[in-house]
Design a protein around this ligand. Structure first.
Ligand code: SAM
Length: 255
């Protein structure tokens, strides 16, 4: 099938068989797994995942690629959803999902936030993302990479930068390096935020002015007495607080 890669769908297809083998080894699909792949494209990963997995759901937005997948995989094991992953109700697929994908870079951050909502139905996730995004996701406090993405995702997931992938592994070749990240949901019982909306608002406000002190960036939410009660120095900046500090601030404000 002749297919012109569509930029608006972030189509950079994996062509390096060695890299594909390394990704599959990192995922380590098992016979009893229920795997969900976002953006299968021409099936570079799908081909390797469908053999061992008991059940495979794929979500693809490009209708031309959906047709190509239907012809390539006449398997009862494969459920093809012609849909936008950003609006997809992952809860409809059941429990114990292992989600994978070489994600379209232009929507990776909103997609990660969307999928986070379903974390209690997910066993783990392996994604190919821009290396720079992976570095922000695993960023540690007081580093330039640490930000809203780090706090909001580290609050829900244990994350690991598995390996870096060169631009030469794709066609067309992207201008940037990529990386594989593994994400494992932290059990709900360990999640201690009473009101997640407050956590999200605080973190967004703090990092929207990351060069300012907390006293300035959070003045809408926090008084001097709140800092004293929490034992947090209001002269610090957003990047100096740990994920636990943000959870404590959110719980203090929702109390
Ligand atoms: N998995 C294939 C590979 O590794 O060669 C393709 C990866 S390509 C980077 C991203 C894929 O996601 C494309 O097939 C693209 O059409 C699809 N895609 C883009 N936006 C999407 C969305 N919102 N929902 C579902 N799939 C999407």
């Amino acid at each position: 099938m002749l297919h012109r890669p569509r930029k608006r769908f972030g189509q950079n297809f994996l062509v390096d068989q060695q890299v594909i083998a390394e990704i599959i080894a990192a995922i380590s699909p098992q016979p009893d797994n229920h795997i969900v792949e976002i953006g299968p494209g021409f099936g570079a990963l799908t081909t390797q995942l469908i053999q061992p997995a008991e059940k495979l759901d794929v979500i693809e937005i490009d209708r031309d690629l959906v047709e190509a997948l239907k012809q390539q995989f006449a398997s009862e094991k494969l459920n093809i959803h012609a849909a936008d992953a950003l609006r997809f109700d992952f809860s409809a697929l059941g429990r114990s999902m292992r989600i994978v994908g070489n994600l379209p870079y232009n929507i990776s951050t909103p997609l990660l936030f969307h999928i986070s909502q379903f974390s209690d139905q997910i066993v783990d996730m392996h994604f190919m993302l821009q290396k720079e995004v992976v570095e922000r996701m695993v960023g540690v406090p007081s580093s330039p990479q640490y930000g809203r993405l780090s706090v909001m995702l580290q609050y829900r997931f244990h994350m690991e930068h598995v390996f870096t992938v060169p631009a030469t592994a794709f066609r067309p070749m992207p201008k940037i390096e990529s990386a594989i990240i593994r994400m494992m949901p932290i059990p709900r019982s360990d999640l201690t935020v009473r009101d997640e909306k407050i956590l999200a608002r605080i973190v967004a406000a703090a990092f929207s002015q990351r060069r300012k002190t907390l006293r300035n960036s959070l003045q809408e939410f926090m008084k001097e007495s709140d800092y004293a009660a929490l034992g947090i120095d209001p002269g610090l900046r957003a990047e100096n607080l740990s994920v636990t500090d943000y959870v404590n601030v959110a719980n203090h404000l929702s109390a």
